[in-house]
Every structure is written in C-alpha cells, then in structure tokens.
Design a protein around this ligand. Structure first.
Ligand code: UN1
Length: 517
C-alpha cells in the first residue's frame, strides 16, 4: 500500500490545526516569530517531509522570556479558580480537535491512531483534573507554640516553568505540565522534541486561541523550537525556576547538573527498564495481553514499555509459547490504518539502536526466539518499520541493563519465591514502572511492600504502561525522581510559604527564648 499524506485525512487535519508548509517556531501566544534556520519534520510513517519549522534564536528566546516574565505578573494575580476556567476552555477546545490532533500525533510520531487519540484524551483528562484542583491548592494549618499566634502554610506560583518534552508523547506530557502549571499561576515555555515540532505548533495554536479569546496577555503559553542548544538557553537561565524535562537518562543528567548549578528545581522523567514478573499464580491470558501491549505498543517507545519478562521456571514454557504465538498475530504497518498493531519507530537512528540491541544480545549469549528485522517494500519506504523481537537473556547483560527505545523484549527465568524475581526486577539502574501477574495475595502484597518493587509505579495484574493521569507519574533511581500529572504533583509548580501571625500585644519568641530590652 502506498502511503501518502492525502490518505487518512492528514491534509485536512493539518489544515484544521493551522499547520502551514513553513511554520515560525517561536511563539508567545498570538505572536509568532523566528530568526533561526528552518528544519523539517519527517513522518516515520512514509518518510515524507510534513512541514518545516524555524528554530528559536537567542534573540527570539530573549523576546519570549520578556513576554513570559511580564505575563507572569498579571497571571499570578488571577484567582486560581479563574485560571482553572481558562484550562477548562482549553480542555473543551482539545475535545473539539481531538481527531485532527490525534491524527497529527500518529503521523508525526508514528504511534497508532488509537494511541494518538488516547494521548489527546490524556490531555483532556489532565485539564479536567486541573480544573478541580484549581479550587484545592491548599496548605496546612498548624498550632503555634506561642499564645495568640496562628500558623499556616500557603502555596504561591513559582514563575516561568520550562518544559522540555520527548518525541514519544509529543502532546500529553506538555499538557500534564502546563495544565497544572497554569492553574498554579505559572507561565510556561515549552521546547518540544525536534522530532515532533508540529505537534508543538498545533498545541500552541490551541492554547493561544484560548488566551486571546479571554483577553489574556501574550506570554502565558510560549513555544520555542530547536535542538538541545535551545533547551540549554532555558536550563541555564536563572529566570526559569523550574525545568521539567522528559527524555533519556543521559539528557537528564546534563539538565539536572545545569539546573542544580544555579540551584533551580528540576522535575525529571527519564528512562525506564520496566519488567513484568509472572508468578506461578499468574493468569496467562492477562499476562499475554499486558506483556504484548507493553512491549510492542508505541513500537516499544514508551518510557513505561515492557522491556523484561521475569517468568517463574514452572510457567516459563507456557508463557513463552503463548507470547511467541501472540507475536505471530501482530500486524505491522501504517499506524493510521486501524488494522495494524505496530507502527514505525521514530527515525533511522532508532532503527540502528534496535539493530544494535539485537546484535548485542546475541553477542552476550542471548537467544533470539522471535526474529527481528527491518521491513522493506511497499508501505515501508520510510525504512522505520521493524519487527517486534524477543530474546531470552540474562538480567546481567549490558544490553538488558540499557533502555533501548524499540520493540525488543527480554525474557528470563526465576526460581524459588517472588523475592528472587524482585532481585532481578530491581537489579537495574532505572526505576520507573513495574508489574506482577499473580492471583496470590501474598506475592502481590510482598511485591507492593517496602521490600518489593523499587519503582515509582508498581502494578498488580496490569502491564507496565498506560498509567492513568490521576496518579503521580514518575520513577526512582536514574529515572530521575520527579512526579508529574495527578495526586499532589502540583506542589512542585509552586513555592511553599510558612506564615506565622501574632494577634497579641506581646512579642514572645519561639523556643522560650528571653530577650528583654
Ligand atoms: C512516557 O512514555 O513518557 O503510562 C509517558 C503511560 C502513559 C505515559 C507514558 N500514560 O504509558
């Protein structure tokens, strides 16, 4: 099948979203400008250039920061529920544009259209969550040790929040950050991945319309574009108190050091090396669905993708056969065609990393049980379609310790109790997501206990990917320790202030200190 931009309504979607052939990549709202060079966004679906975007120059960045810092002064004075009302309107506009935006996500990033729609749904959901939260940004009150004194804490907006997002969730991760930051009274500057800049342009247009409809100033929602050098303008900038960055561990270490060097705050959501433990009490049918979706969904390019299956020896052959069988049913092809399960990986570099992982696992002594390979021929002209592969491997292999952003699944055996499986599961540097498949209460509770999974996310009878927005999302160890999205993740977007008020005519000192004049 020949894939063209006219099939699957891509052209209409681009038009509805206001994407032009060449797009200015810097924006403070309605105002778009750029002094930087042009770069192209290629679709991994068909290898075509979708459109061009201009990068943000140092001068452009300065204009953005002027606009953002001045907008912050106005925005922070709006009552939080009013800011919530703006986020509500933004969520409604996303509902209206869900299909074209989902299509653009699928076409520019390569995930299935269903997953593209799911990603926009995450944006809508976080908006709803943020609207409710805009009336609940509460601190605590506590009793003062001094008579006639009142003590409480309150949360104030931080300022400009810098958001650096990855290609794999080109719209949702921005929305998790921005919807919360906005209700908290912050303004946002977003640098999307240079692999998915059009998703950034489309979202910024939606946000800019809502801001303008409400006569709000330029600068509440800002967009910058380009490679890591543009990101560095923000990470090194003292005017940006919080950097929220999603990406590789390598990138996260660079960002963390730059931000810590100026004593800024960072919220890091980095790589995962997520495992599903399959115990003797696992339901095989559920295990297969969870493992296969986790490993091949988004072509293995979620930070929550399932990379390791740790199977009890008594179940090993049964689970292995069932998973291998399920892989035979997978249809690889154009992700906009809803008959396909697996689309392309993002680009040729990702294909190289995939090939490297398969080569390396064999070199280290692994055994390929589902053969990989790059697909060629009609419909696969982009060169980015790869076959999901499975290798039997040891946890100690260097390649298994490493996150390869591709559909490669490693299978390994454990014997004895669940604590042995946990040793393998926790025996990696990453700590994002984890799962156990079991109907045994003891195993499940041990897995969730303080001696269990060391990850930020630990699921029972669910795969490792597909977290809901209502929970705090993020992971431990080299995953970076940040939490975004639900629960009380909003607190990182605010500064906490402790207030003590004396309503007497005396001035007693704390700790009983006497200081008489
Ligand atoms: C990511 O891959 O960066 O839990 C985010 C999930 C999605 C988010 C993944 N809700 O799989």
């Amino acid at each position: 099948m020949q894939v063209t931009t006219t099939s699957f309504g891509i052209e209409e979607a681009l038009e509805q979203l206001g994407i032009k052939e060449v797009n200015k990549g810097t924006s403070t709202g309605k105002n778009w400008f750029s002094e930087g060079e042009e770069f192209s966004s290629y679709s991994p679906v068909d290898g075509q250039v979708i459109a061009k975007v201009t990068t943000t120059s140092k001068e452009d960045y300065e204009k953005v920061m002027e606009s953002a810092t001045s907008a912050f002064k106005e925005w922070r004075m709006k009552p939080a529920p009013l800011r919530g009302e703006i986020v509500r309107q933004f969520g409604d506009e996303l509902r209206r544009l869900k299909e074209p935006l989902g299509k653009l996500v699928s076409y520019e990033m390569g995930k299935s259209y269903q997953e593209g729609l799911g990603e926009v749904q995450e944006m809508i959901d976080i908006c709803d969550f943020a609207v409710g939260l805009s009336r609940q940004l509460h601190g605590l009150t506590m009793h003062s040790e001094r008579p006639g004194h009142r003590m409480y804490e309150q949360y104030h907006p931080l300022g400009v929040v810098g958001i650096i997002s990855a290609f794999n969730f080109p719209v949702a991760v921005w929305a998790w950050n921005t919807a919360l930051a906005w209700i908290c009274g912050d303004v946002c500057v977003w640098k999307p991945s240079e692999k998915t800049p059009l998703c950034g342009i489309a979202c910024q247009k939606i946000a800019a319309k809502i801001m303008a409809d409400n006569n709000l100033p330029e600068g509440i929602s800002c967009l910058i574009n380009g490679d890591y050098k543009v990101g560095e303008m923000m990470t090194n900038d003292k005017r940006v108190p919080l950097i929220s960055a999603t990406g590789s561990i390598r990138m996260g270490k660079i960002v963390a050091q730059a931000v810590a060097g100026r004593l800024g705050k960072s919220l890091l959501e980095l790589g995962g090396n997520n495992a599903i433990i399959v115990t003797p009490d696992a339901d095989i049918k559920m295990t297969v669905i969870g493992a296969v979706f986790g490993a091949v969904g988004t072509a293995g390019q979620r930070c929550t993708s399932t990379r390791r299956l740790i199977i009890h020896e008594s179940m090993y052959d049964k689970v292995k056969d069932a998973v291998v069988d399920a892989y035979k049913q997978l249809r690889i092809g154009n992700p906009l065609d809803e008959n396909n399960h697996v689309g392309p990986v993002i680009d040729k570099d990702a294909v190289k990393n995939y090939q490297h992982a398969l080569k390396k696992v064999v070199e280290e002594g692994g055994n390929i049980i589902v053969e990989g390979g790059v697909l060629e021929g009609e419909g696969f002209e982009s060169g980015c379609y790869v076959k999901p592969a499975i290798a039997e491997a040891k946890n100690s292999f260097e390649i298994v310790q490493h996150e390869t952003f591709a559909p490669v699944l490693y299978m390994m055996k454990y014997s004895g109790g669940v604590e042995n499986a946990l040793e393998l599961q926790n025996g990696v540097v990453q700590g994002l997501s984890s799962a156990i498949m079991t109907n045994n209460l003891r195993e499940a509770e041990h897995f969730l206990s303080q001696a269990g999974s060391d990850c930020g996310i630990a699921n029972v009878n669910i795969g490792t990917s597909g977290a809901e927005i209502g929970g705090a999302f993020g992971g431990e160890k080299e995953t970076g320790g940040g939490r975004e999205s639900g629960s009380d993740a909003w607190k990182i977007y605010m500064r906490r202030q402790t207030n003590t008020i004396n309503y007497t005519t005396e001035l007693p000192l704390a700790q009983g200190i006497k200081f008489d004049l």
